[in-house]
Design a protein around this ligand. Sequence first.
Ligand SMILES: [Cu+2]
Length: 473
Amino acid sequence: MQRQRRRTPQSNLRLLLVCAAIIFGAAAGQVSRPADAASGFANPPMLSSHDGRLHIDLTAAPATYTIDGHQVQGMLYNGAYVPPVWRLRPGDSLTVTLHNRLGEPTNLHFLGLNVSPLGDGDNVFLHIQTGSDLTYKITIPEKHIGLFWFHPHMHGDVDRQIIGGMSGGIIIEGSDHLYPFLRNLTERVILFKHHPIGRPDYQEVVTVNGAVAPTIPIRPGEAQFWMMGNIGADRFLRVKIEGMAFYLIGRDGYFVPRPIRMDELILGPGQRASAIVVGANPGSYTFESVPFRFDNRQPPRPGVNLGTVVSQGPPAQAPATEKQVLGLRVSSPLYVDALRASPIANRRTFTFSASPDKSKFFINDKVFDEKRTDVTVRLGDTEEWTIVNQDSQYHDFHIHQTGFLVTEVNGVTTQFDGLRDTFSVPPAENGRPGVARLIVPFTNPQIVGRFVFHCHVVKHEDKGMMQTIEVRR
Ligand SMILES: [Cu+2]
């Protein structure tokens, strides 16, 4: 068992020093993050909207920073490896002025928001040249609640820019309206990033809010609200707390009607999960990403230690809390049943594949061309999409501006009663492709315009695995 740690005055001081380093480091374009193993957990810093508005000034610039004691050269927003989470309410207006000081083009994508892809909205066809500034204007939809994130979407450079450090979280408040039980719970915002720093024990470093393997406190029998997001570029995580379950209440900003008990969760790149965690008997419990067979021509990716959950304090009955959690029901009806019953206006198949040397990645044998419009959809239609994965590795299907319902995986009907905006499609096995069937609604008038869908393993997207779609009135 690992030594138990509490938040000490020293760790509070360290937090203060880190905050100061972020604030002052931002001016110098240089920042250090805490990097020691077994450091205390802290939520990322947050910036909240006031009077229905939030304005963010975001300077993207090269930076030198340290992860896990290693100095790395990267690219950061305002000098922070984990920039403040933007915290808004449904209906708020968000403006973000992006100052590009990178020395190369970039842009912004507001992942998961069902907002307009036109003009200065969530428009990934904008190219912000270095030295230029642009103000994005986003209205948060009324029904959006949960964890989202932002990152560059400059085709060809997305992987380098995200791994360089450019990504951050967005929280739309209101999970506690759907599940009032959350109201008095401790909230943990857990953002995973990965960096290919060579280490003897595993292939790359996975950080939790910029820290390596922090200690996360909980009391025995205490319910906590965890919002976890994989805001890295390429890495699949299969997260698990030894001895504690996740009571999943939503994914990707969409909720399920009742908590689902899960011992582990796959978080492909881009994916988020909202869950209730209940403290087990006093002790230390490993929080980890367990080994995952990402490519069936390669050995499984090794497990990664993500931290330690330490349960301590006055004992309470975990089973009673768990029973209470499993009895929860969402407070207002969700959209899933209506979507399941929607008539299908169109059926399409998209085949994901790769060249033998993995230098090119295809959708329907084509690499991305932003000038070509691959799919045209009529506003109001609901479509059934079949994603066929012919490759030996997982691909992580993601579409902008809308969620979708996964109805079938490899011929088996799925029972998951929530939408997603990113789904890990299993690889081909024994010559049979991996197949996911989705219902995709194009019914929201806000999303009229041209946008993209792609693999959210962004190095695949950079190498071609992306197509354009236009929703027309
Ligand atoms: Cu992929």
